[in-house]
Design a protein around this ligand. Sequence first.
Ligand code: SAM
Length: 234
Amino acid sequence: MDESQLSLRLSTAASYVEQGDRLADIGSDHAYLPCALASNGKVAFAIAGEVVKGPFQAAQNQVNRLGLTKQISVRLGDGLEVLSPADEVSAITICGMGGSLIASILDNGFKKGHLTGKERLILQPNVGEVMLRKWLVDHNYMITAEDIIEENGKIYELMVAVKNPTEKSLATASQLTFGFYLKDKNSAIFKKKWQKELEKNQYILASLTKSSVDQTAKIKLIEAEIQEIEEVLK
Ligand code: SAM
C-alpha cells in the first residue's frame, strides 16, 4: 500500500506530510493514511488514534496485515489524548470529519496540553471550514497552505496550519469564509463550490421574499452573503 492507493482526499492530505515527519493521524479508521506513508518510507513513526472500538480494531488489523507494527502504534482514545510528549509528533492529520468536531478535538488537546504548538496541522474538514479557520486563527495558528479537491461528486477543502509563536494571527471575515489562498488559485473547483452556494442562497432569498411573516432581517443577511459570493466569483 502506498500514497497512490489512497483516495484523492487522503492522498492530498498525505502530500502535506513531510519526509521524516512523526505523524499522528487522529480518527484513523482503517489507518489508511499512516499505512500508506509508513509503507513508502515517508514517515518512520506514526500513531493511528481512534475513539471507537470497531474502527480501532480495523486500524489494528490493517497495520498487522501490512506488517507495519514496528512503525505504527494504533491507540484507542479520544482525540489528542492518545499522544504523549515522548512521541515527539511533528505532524497531525485529522481528516474526514466536520470542522466543528476537528476544532473540538484541537481545543480539548490544547486545553489538556496535548497540543504543544510544534506540530504542523493537516486538516480536512468535510463541512464547517469557517469555524475551523476561526479556531486556528483565534489560537494563533497561521494557515500556510490550502487545497480544494472534488471526489465522487463532493468538494473538500484541506488546510495546513502552524503555530505562530510571536505574532498574533489575524484574518478578515472574507478569509475565514473563502480561505486565505483558494480564491487566488482561481480553481474551477473553488468556483463550482461557491456557484452552488450562491444558487442555494438565491433559492433561500426567493423563499424568504414570499414569506407571509416579516423576514427583513434574514433577507438582509442573505443579500449580504449573496453579494459577498458574487464579488468572489467576479
Ligand atoms: N480519517 C479517516 C478518513 O478521512 O478517511 C476516517 C474518517 S471517519 C469518517 C472519522 C473517524 O474519526 C471515525 O472512525 C471516528 O470513529 C473517528 N473519531 C471521531 N471522533 C474522534 C475523536 N474524538 N477521537 C478519535 N477519533 C475520532
